[in-house]
Design a protein around this ligand. Structure first.
Ligand SMILES: [Zn+2]
Length: 395
């Protein structure tokens, strides 16, 4: 997201030539944006700030912005904000549209009404510190920001007051109890009855056992979601963990691979939750109903091209992410229905080795402990041509 900063000379020229007869108090906001402008005014008001753009002037309009620019603030009188129509329409089709639109509008209003500039520092857990992140890329990291759930209030506080203290969610000290989990299902891939998935070799993929690991070789140009269906669902209200070890030794370093899980319903893979890494030591998390991954994080605990253990704990409504035993991140689960599909993700034309597949549930009064290894597991693999790995356009 870019605030186009014309050189001051250009701005001066522009003002001299064009604005002498322009109403500097013009108010013109496309109806698509009025709700978000109102929210901005309301959030400002709760923090003791008053804005009255109807009398002071403001223009927010759709534009056809070139390149990968989502929004643009022009420092004119009045402030003029342009939102790229193509980007807006694209995010409108996804589950996370409302928060993404709010993030985009609030970022531009941060430039235009709060006078804020880009701020590209990060919190302890790697999250962007501010929704004012943007401009030139930093460390080639996507601008995707996990603007939702428990993060929203912090990001709004920070928007209106840059000195806002770091939020609890950004701490890398794990604040929940992850003990007392009993194994629900476990596979080690040492023998054929441990394989879960049928050992096949067809035109699309090959599945084999290789020295005590499952080897999945993709022969297609799309992402593979490889899910095992449980005969018994995991209640969405329970606390559970899911882990695998996975290795993707060759292939493009930016390709994502990792663990996935999904609800029991027929269109379940639409709302697949994912936790992926790549061989550039980046991690990603998200849900396929959204436009893209929530954020991209540099994680030094990732062994490049080596064997990595990925584990996620669900505690309440929050997922806690671990890489090789190190707690990295926490963020809300999107799925709200019972889960019965667990598996892994394979990059296009990629080969991954998977081991130590394990699902566990936290003992509680309401959860009847299942007998280990007694759960029917059916393997399946689905080619996904539209996996949501977009990066967020500049703002
Ligand atoms: Zn910007």
């Amino acid at each position: 997201m870019k605030c186009l900063r014309y050189s001051s000379v250009c701005v001066l020229l522009f003002i001299l030539v064009f604005t002498s007869c322009k109403d500097s108090h013009e108010y013109s906001v496309d109806s698509a944006f009025t709700e978000y402008l109102q929210r901005f005014e309301d959030e400002a008001a709760t923090r003791g700030r008053t804005f009255d753009p109807k009398s002071s002037g403001l223009i927010i309009e759709f534009g056809d912005l070139s390149g990968d620019v989502a929004g643009l603030t022009h420092y004119e009188k009045p402030i003029r904000i342009q939102i790229d129509k193509t980007y807006w329409d694209a995010i409108s089709k996804t589950a996370g549209a409302d928060m993404m639109k709010e993030d985009l509008l609030f970022h531009e209003l941060g430039h235009g009404l709060l006078g804020r500039e880009h701020l590209n520092t990060t919190l302890e857990n790697g999250d962007w510190k501010s929704i004012m992140c943007g401009g030139d890329k930093v460390n080639d990291r996507a601008w995707n920001i996990n603007y939702r759930g428990e993060r929203r209030k912090y990001y709004l506080d920070e928007l209106f007051k840059e000195s806002t203290a770091a939020p609890d969610f950004s701490s890398l000290e794990l604040a929940v109890d992850t003990t007392g989990y009993s194994t629900f299902v476990q596979r080690n891939f040492d023998t054929q009855d441990q394989a879960i998935w049928p050992l096949v070799d067809d035109s699309q993929h090959k599945i084999s056992l290789d020295n005590g690991r499952l080897c999945f070789q993709s022969k297609v140009d799309q992402t593979y979601l490889v899910l095992a269906k449980m005969g018994t669902s995991i209640s969405i209200n329970s606390n559970f963990s899911y882990e695998i070890t996975i290795q993707y030794p060759t292939g493009t370093a930016t390709n994502q691979y990792g663990l996935i899980f999904a609800p029991a319903s027929s269109n379940a893979t639409d709302s697949t939750e994912y936790f992926t890494i790549n061989n550039n030591q980046r991690m990603f998390m998200g849900n396929r109903l959204w436009y893209s991954f929530f954020t991209e994080l540099p994680e030094s605990s990732i062994v490049q091209a080596g064997v990595n253990k990925l584990k996620v704990f669900k505690v309440g409504g929050i997922l806690y992410y671990f890489i090789n035993g190190i707690y990295c991140y926490r963020s809300e689960i999107v799925t709200s229905t019972n889960l019965n599909q667990f598996g892994f993700m394979v990059p296009a034309q990629g080969t991954v080795w998977v081991d130590n597949f394990k699902i566990a549930q936290q003992a509680s009064a309401g959860v009847v402990q299942k007998v280990k290894q007694n759960i029917q597991v059916i393997g399946g693999a689905q080619v996904i041509s539209d996996f949501n790995q977009h990066t967020i356009n500049k703002q």
